[in-house]
Design a protein around this ligand. Structure first.
Ligand SMILES: Cc1cc2nc3c(=O)[nH]c(=O)nc-3n(C[C@H](O)[C@H](O)[C@H](O)COP(=O)(O)OP(=O)(O)OC[C@H]3O[C@@H](n4cnc5c(N)ncnc54)[C@H](O)[C@@H]3O)c2cc1C
Length: 387
């Protein structure tokens, strides 16, 4: 391992271990919250957990509202349900990509104010309810989940905001698959000649937001992508597009926030895959982090439509796993290390990319890939969230 973190001081990072249960599986059982007072009381209890103090370590037999015990630690859980969401407001919305040949080129970073009522920890998601109409005409629309892109203190470290990174879903007939249309022909200003234009219900709602607009929030939820408790753990983060969200949350916790910076003793290596260099997400943040923590943080990206890779037998493009193959000796040593956690987030199919990268290595050492993976999952160091 090239990263040397031996000189850093140890301070425990009291974070819950991840489970292998898909985080979104749990959102199907919404709970109506009680009175405003009980919501506040729950938020207070959770606040103690988020503060990572001794309260978080106390064993509790009582089932608390708004809290779930994950690997023996309490985490905030569904404080707000789809039937009783929290009404927050948009603080700011910024388009963070530049136009490319793709109709769905736009990705936005949105900061939302939750007034301290929706505490969350790194790696969780929230739900957003758009006013609609939804696909079948429902108003408001059904909830959509979004991985949280800020660490628990929020981008401004006030403990009152939550940030998302959202891709605007647009499908245009003749420019990619489009079976449905929710915009009549000639009425979409951007594509007036298109026979069919489909604009995602919730992603459009979020990407069209202005400062001060209301936003209906549910959650928080999710235990699949939480950070390990061990401050000496290593992390390999594999992201495609907006799959960067949980890793921005993690990395700000590890390397940026006043309350936690300096506690982490391990190493983190981020691999980001995007179609064009104009689509790179938070590139400057990663470069600054790398300059400040050269022994602990590495950052590499694959730009599929601009870089070629002969190892990609499908279309010769450079995908995340092909970029990783360039460092396969170092990465394989890391993957074998029981202290290393592998996280994947973004496009479905990322797991096959991981297999493409490491299956041969596993077999060359006389192991069966399925068994190796099973062991990683059992050890809770293999984390996947794809959508
Ligand atoms: C755990 C999790 C985390 C996520 N995190 C993020 C994130 O960080 N950032 C992000 O951008 N997204 C994220 N997503 C995806 C997000 O939840 C939404 O799915 C996404 O924003 C699209 O929602 P939409 O309402 O804009 O699109 P929708 O309106 O729901 O459309 C989505 C798709 O459905 C198709 N469709 C349209 N009409 C119909 C119809 N009548 N019947 C059937 N299908 C139709 C469209 O072709 C379109 O591609 C996450 C998802 C999960 C599960």
């Amino acid at each position: 391992m090239a990263l040397d973190s031996a000189s850093l001081a140890f301070v425990p990072v009291a974070l819950p271990m991840a489970t292998s249960t898909p985080s979104h599986a749990s959102t199907s059982a919404p709970r109506r919250m009680g009175s405003t007072a009980s919501v506040a009381a729950t938020a207070l209890a959770v606040g103690a957990v988020v503060g990572r103090g001794s309260v978080a370590r106390r064993a509790t037999a009582v089932k608390k509202k708004g809290v779930r015990v994950v690997e023996g630690k309490e985490v905030p859980w569904n404080l707000f349900s789809p039937k009783a969401p929290y009404k927050g407001s948009c603080v700011s919305k910024e388009t963070i990509t530049t136009k490319t040949a793709l109709v769905n080129w736009e990705t936005c970073h949105v900061i939302m104010d939750h007034g301290g009522s929706v505490p969350y920890i790194e790696g969780q998601s929230i739900g957003v309810i758009a006013p609609g109409p939804d696909k079948k005409g429902e108003t408001p629309a059904k909830i959509r989940l979004y991985s949280i892109a800020s660490s628990s203190p929020g981008d401004d470290e006030s403990n009152k905001t939550v940030s998302l990174v959202v891709k605007r879903v647009v499908e245009v007939s003749g420019k990619g698959w489009c079976e449905y249309s929710n915009v009549p022909q000639g009425q979409d200003a951007e594509f007036p000649d298109a026979e069919k234009v489909y604009r995602g219900v919730c992603s459009s709602h979020i990407c069209d937001m202005n400062a001060g607009d209301d936003v209906m929030i549910t959650g928080p939820t999710g235990a699949e992508m939480l950070l390990p408790e061990d401050p000496e753990a290593n992390m390999i983060f594999m992201a495609t597009g907006t799959g960067i969200a949980p890793f921005r949350s993690h990395l700000r916790h590890l390397f940026h926030d006043k309350v936690s910076k300096g506690n982490f003793k391990g190493a983190a290596w981020l691999f980001l895959g995007v179609p064009y260099s104009e689509s790179l997400l938070y590139d400057e943040e990663w470069k600054e982090m790398q300059a400040e923590f050269p022994d602990q943080f590495r950052y590499d990206y694959a730009v599929s439509c601009e870089e070629k890779c002969e190892k990609n037998k499908i279309n010769g493009e450079m995908w995340v796993q092909h970029k990783m193959m360039q460092y396969s000796d170092e990465l394989w040593e890391l993957v074998k290390d029981p202290k290393t956690h592998v996280y994947m987030c973004g496009l479905k199919g990322m797991e096959s990319g991981f297999a493409e990268c490491f299956q041969e290595r596993v077999e060359a050492e006389g192991m069966v890939y399925a068994e190796f993976l099973k062991k990683m999952k059992k050890d809770k160091r293999y984390h996947v969230e794809v959508y």
